[in-house]
Design a protein around this ligand. Structure first.
Ligand code: SF4
Length: 345
C-alpha cells in the first residue's frame, strides 16, 4: 500500500475538521501518489465537482476513466455508477467515498425480481436503463440511457415485447415516442424527478415567462407534455450553451453547475426541492478519507461483470460507442462541462 505524504487521519470526522483548502490539497496530493482519477457526477456538490478530473453523467464518466491509464478510480456518485466504472475497467480499483450512497430508483428492481418477470414473458427483450445494478444489467439484453432509450428500443423487432426497467416514466416517454403498445414497464421511478409537480412549473413560468422549459424524461408525463424540450442532462448542457433563460426540470446539482459556468444566464430550477440526498452524501472529507484508506472498494463477481458489460456494449454499438471528444467537447471539458452522455445516468 502506498503511504500518503500527509499523515492520514483515522476517521471521516477528523477530516471534517480540516479546512476546505487543506482537504483539497490532501486530495490532490494523494490522487497523484495513487495515480487515481476522480469522477464527479453532475449532481454532486460543487466542492466535489471542483476537485474532480471529469464531471458529467455516469456512463460518460465511466468511459472517460476506462480510457485513462489511472490505477484507481474514485467515483463520487451513487453505487450503480461506481459499478458501471468497474464493469468497463475491470483491471482498475474502483472506490466510492460513501458506500451508503445508493440510488432508490435502481433499488426498485433486483436480479431476482427481473428473473421472475422474464419467466412470465419469455419472448420479451429486456431493455435496462443504466440506472440499475450490475446484477440487473447482467439479466438484460441491452442497456439504454435517457438520451438513447428510443434509439435502443427501435432496434428491437416491432412484434417482440419489451420489458423496460426500472423507470416507468422513461418507459412511458419511450412508448409515446415509438408508438409501441408492447412495452412492459417496471414500476420504478426516481423520486427526485417524479416528485416535481405542475404547480411548481406554473410558478416558475409566471416568474420567467420567456424561459424555455426543458425537462428530463424521468419526470411524469403531465410535466413532459408541457415541456418545450424533453431531454437528458447532456441535452440540457447543450441547451445551456445556446439559450439565455431556461427553466430546468432535473436535479439541482446540474443547475448549480450550469449557473456557475454561465453566470450571465438565467437557469431556474423547475423544483427547488429536486435534490438527491444520496448524491449529496459524498463530501470532501469522505473523499480525502477514501483516498487515504483506499475504501470503499466496489467489486462484483466476474460472470456478472461480463454479462453486464455485454448489455452495455450492445447499447454502445447502437449509439455509436465511444468517440474521441471533438474540439468543442474538449473545450467544454476544460470548462468542467461534459457535452456528451446521457442522464442521471
Ligand atoms: S437523482 Fe434519482 S436516479 Fe439519480 S441517483 Fe438520485 S434517486 Fe437515483
Amino acid at each position: 500500500m502506498i503511504k500518503p505524504a500527509y499523515s492520514p487521519l483515522s476517521t471521516v470526522r477528523e477530516y471534517g475538521s480540516l479546512s476546505r483548502e487543506e482537504l483539497v490539497a490532501r486530495i490532490q496530493e494523494r490522487k497523484k501518489e495513487l495515480n487515481a482519477v476522480i469522477l464527479g457526477h453532475n449532481y454532486q456538490v460543487v466542492d466535489i465537482q471542483d476537485v474532480s478530473d471529469f464531471v458529467g453523467d455516469s456512463l460518460a464518466l465511466s468511459q472517460e476513466a476506462a480510457h485513462t491509464d489511472a490505477d484507481i478510480i474514485v467515483f463520487c456518485g451513487v453505487h450503480f455508477m461506481a459499478e458501471t466504472a468497474k464493469i468497463l475497467s475491470p483491471e482498475k480499483t474502483v472506490l466510492m467515498p460513501d458506500p451508503g450512497a445508493g440510488c432508490p430508483m435502481a433499488d426498485f428492481v433486483t436480479g431476482e425480481g427481473l428473473r421472475a418477470l422474464k419467466a412470465k414473458h419469455p419472448d420479451a427483450a429486456v431493455v435496462t436503463y443504466v440506472n440499475s445494478s450490475a446484477e440487473v444489467k447482467a439479466e438484460s439484453d441491452i442497456c439504454c440511457t435517457s438520451a438513447n432509450a428510443v434509439q435502443v428500443v427501435e432496434t428491437i423487432p416491432e412484434d417482440q415485447p419489451i420489458i423496460f426497467v426500472p423507470d416507468r416514466n422513461l418507459a412511458q416517454w419511450v412508448i409515446d415516442q415509438t408508438g409501441r403498445d408492447n412495452i412492459i414497464p417496471w414500476e420504478g421511478y426516481c423520486h427526485v424527478h417524479d416528485d416535481m409537480v405542475l404547480d411548481e412549473l406554473e410558478f416558475a413560468k409566471e416568474d420567467h415567462p420567456n424561459a424555455l422549459v426543458v425537462i428530463h424524461p424521468e419526470a411524469r408525463q403531465e410535466l413532459l407534455d408541457r415541456a418545450d424540450v424533453v431531454t437528458s442532462t447532456s441535452g440540457m448542457v447543450r441547451m445551456a450553451e445556446d439559450h439565455d433563460e431556461l427553466i430546468i426540470g432535473t436535479e439541482r446539482g446540474l443547475i448549480d453547475k450550469l449557473q456557475k459556468e454561465h453566470p450571465e444566464k438565467t437557469f431556474v430550477p423547475l423544483s427547488k426541492a429536486a435534490i438527491c440526498g444520496n448524491m449529496k452524501a459524498n463530501t470532501l472529507a469522505k473523499l480525502a478519507w477514501s483516498l487515504d484508506h483506499l475504501r470503499f472498494e466496489v467489486t462484483m463477481p466476474e460472470d456478472i461483470r461480463v454479462r453486464a458489460e455485454t448489455a452495455l456494449q450492445k447499447m454502445l454499438a447502437v449509439s455509436g460507442g465511444w468517440q474521441d471528444p471533438t474540439p468543442e467537447q474538449e473545450r467544454l471539458e476544460m470548462a468542467g462541462v461534459r457535452s456528451k452522455s446521457c442522464g442521471c445516468a
